[in-house]
Ligand binder design. Structure first.
Ligand SMILES: Cc1cc2nc3c(=O)[nH]c(=O)nc-3n(C[C@H](O)[C@H](O)[C@H](O)COP(=O)(O)OP(=O)(O)OC[C@H]3O[C@@H](n4cnc5c(N)ncnc54)[C@H](O)[C@@H]3O)c2cc1C
Length: 390
C-alpha cells in the first residue's frame, strides 16, 4: 500500500516532536516515525535546562550562541502558560530559576562581569534570606540567580506526543533513494510504502547513518561525547546550580539538576565539566571522580549511602570546522531531505522556525497528502528516564 503525506519526520526527540506539533497546526499532513521510543536519544538524557545563554557569555564577549539563545526562556514560558505556538500546559516546571555558584578565586572577577551592562538584566545576586535551603549556613561568598528555567523532560515528551498521538508511529524504515539522492519512498515495518513532498531527519546521532545513505555519503555531523552521572540519595533539597571553577569557561565544572523519581525519591543529575572531562574514562573512574567532586564542593553533605550510576552519551550536532558546539540550530538541505539538529533542547523552537521558513521557500504547500492514520503501526510511547531504571 502507498501512503502519501506532505511531510515525514524521522526521529522522535525534541526536534521531531516540536516540528510535528508546529507543522500539524499549520495544516500539513505530517507524520513522525520513531524507531524506538520517544526521547530515546539525547532528549531524555538532557538536564532539561532552558537557558538564556549566560554561561556561554562567561567564556568571553557575547558570542553568536549567547545571542541566538537569549530570548528562549521567555519563549518557553509563554508556551508553558498556553500562550505560545505550542501548548505546553501539561509540562512540569521543575525550577523557575537556576543558580550560579563561583569558587572563591573567581568571585571578584565574576561580580564585575555580572555587574556589566551586558548581563546585568539576566542575573541577580541572591540575598541572605533567599538563599536556597541546601546552601543555608554554608555559603561564604555570593550566589547568583539566573533567570533560566528547568523542565521535567518526561512530561515535555508526553505532552508533545499526546498532542499528535494519531500521527506518531513506531517503525524502522528502509529508505528507497533515486540516483540523485532524493528519497523516493520509505518502506515501513508493516510493509506499506510512505511518500512525502519533504522528509525531515531529526534522528539526532541517527542522522549520521541517514547521511551515509546519500551517494556520496555526506560528512556533515559531529558527535561530542559525555559521561553523565546520576546520584540517588537522601538529600531532601532539590538543587539547580552551575558550580564555577577558578577560570572563566562556558562549561561550569559541575552542573547539577534534580529530578523526581517514580519511587518518590529525587536524583541529582551531574553534567558540565565533570561529564566532558570524563567522556573517555570507564564508569568506576567517573563515579570516583563524581564522589570526590561532591565531597570537595559540599563537605557538609554525606553521600556514603548514595547510589551512583554513570553512562556515556554523545551530543549530535552539525559538523563545525573547529569541532566545537555550533552557535545555533542547523539545517542541511539535500534534495527532498532536510537534516536537522537543534544543538540544544532550548533551541527546538528556533529550529522549527528555520525548517518552516525552508519549507515555505521550497514551495511545499499544506494539505496535499492523505491524513488518514497508517494502520498496523503503534504509538511508540515515551522512554523511561535513567533514574527510574536504576
Ligand atoms: C547529557 C545531555 C544533557 C543535555 N542537557 C541539555 C540541557 O539541559 N539543555 C539544553 O538546552 N540542551 C541540552 N542538551 C542538548 C539536547 O538534549 C539536544 O540538543 C536535543 O535533545 C537533541 O534533540 P534531537 O531531537 O535532535 O535528538 P534526540 O533527542 O537524540 O532524538 C533522536 C530520536 O531519533 C530516533 N532515531 C534515530 N535514528 C532513527 C531512524 N533512522 N528512524 C527513526 N527514528 C530514529 C532516536 O531513537 C531518538 O528518539 C543535552 C544533551 C545531552 C547529551
Amino acid at each position: 500500500m502507498l501512503v502519501e503525506k506532505d511531510i515525514v519526520i524521522l526521529g522522535g526527540g525534541i526536534a521531531g516532536l516540536w516540528l510535528l506539533n508546529r507543522l500539524r497546526s499549520l495544516g500539513f499532513t505530517a507524520v513522525l516515525l520513531e524507531k524506538s521510543t520517544l526521547g530515546n536519544g539525547q532528549t531524555m538524557a538532557s538536564q532539561g535546562m532552558i537557558h538564556g545563554g549566560l554561561k556561554y557569555a562567561l567564556a568571553g564577549a557575547l558570542t553568536g550562541a549567547s545571542e541566538a539563545i537569549a530570548g528562549m526562556p521567555a519563549h518557553w514560558l509563554r508556551c508553558l502558560q498556553g500562550q505560545g505556538e505550542v501548548d505546553l500546559r501539561g509540562v512540569q516546571l521543575l525550577s523557575d530559576s537556576y543558580y550560579m555558584w563561583p569558587r572563591s578565586n573567581m568571585r571578584s572577577r565574576l561580580t564585575a562581569f555580572l555587574g556589566s551592562k551586558l548581563v546585568s538584566s539576566k542575573t541577580t545576586e541572591v540575598s541572605a534570606e533567599a538563599v536556597p535551603e541546601f546552601f543555608k549556613g554554608h555559603l561564604q561568598g555570593p550566589l547568583y540567580r539566573l533567570h533560566d528555567i528547568v523542565l521535567d523532560v518526561p512530561s515535555l515528551l508526553h505532552t508533545l506526543g499526546e498532542h499528535c498521538r494519531p500521527h506518531i508511529y513506531r517503525s524502522a524504515c528502509k529508505i528507497d533513494h533515486d540516483a540523485t539522492g532524493n528519497i523516493r519512498t520509505l518502506v515501513l515495518d508493516n510493509g506499506s510504502r510512505l511518500k512525502a513532498s519533504i522528509y525531515l531527519c531529526t534522528a539526532g546521532a541517527g542522522n549520521e547513518e541517514l547521511l551515509h545513505t546519500l551517494q556520496p555519503p555526506a560528512l556533515a555531523m559531529q558527535k561530542r561525547p559525555l559521561q553523565m552521572v546520576v546520584v540517588k540519595h537522601r538529600q531532601p533539597y532539590p538543587l539547580y546550580v552551575h558550580c564555577l571553577a577558578d577560570q572563566f569557561s562556558s562549561t561550569p565544572e559541575l552542573t547539577i539538576t534534580t529530578h523526581p523519581c517514580q519511587d518518590g525519591s529525587f536524583a541529582w543529575y551531574l553534567g558540565g565539566g565533570l561529564a566532558e572531562a570524563g567522556a573517555l574514562v570507564d564508569g568506576p573512574t567517573q563515579i570516583r571522580r563524581a564522589r570526590a567532586k561532591l565531597a570537595e564542593l559540599f563537605p557538609w553533605c554525606n553521600f556514603a549511602d548514595a547510589h551512583f550510576h554513570s553512562f556515556h552519551i554523545d551530543r549530535a550536532e552539525a559538523l563545525q570546522a573547529d569541532g566545537k558546539r555550533p552557535d545555533r540550530d542547523s539545517v542541511l538541505h539535500s534534495g527532498n531531505v532536510l537534516y536537522c539538529w537543534p544543538t540544544k533542547l532550548t533551541l527546538a523552537p528556533a529550529l522549527a522556525n528555520t525548517v518552516i521558513e525552508k519549507i515555505n521557500e521550497l514551495g511545499i504547500r499544506a494539505g496535499s497528502g492523505n491524513d488518514a492514520p497508517i494502520s498496523d503501526l503503534q504509538y511508540p510511547g515515551v522512554t523511561r528516564p535513567v533514574w527510574d531504571t536504576l
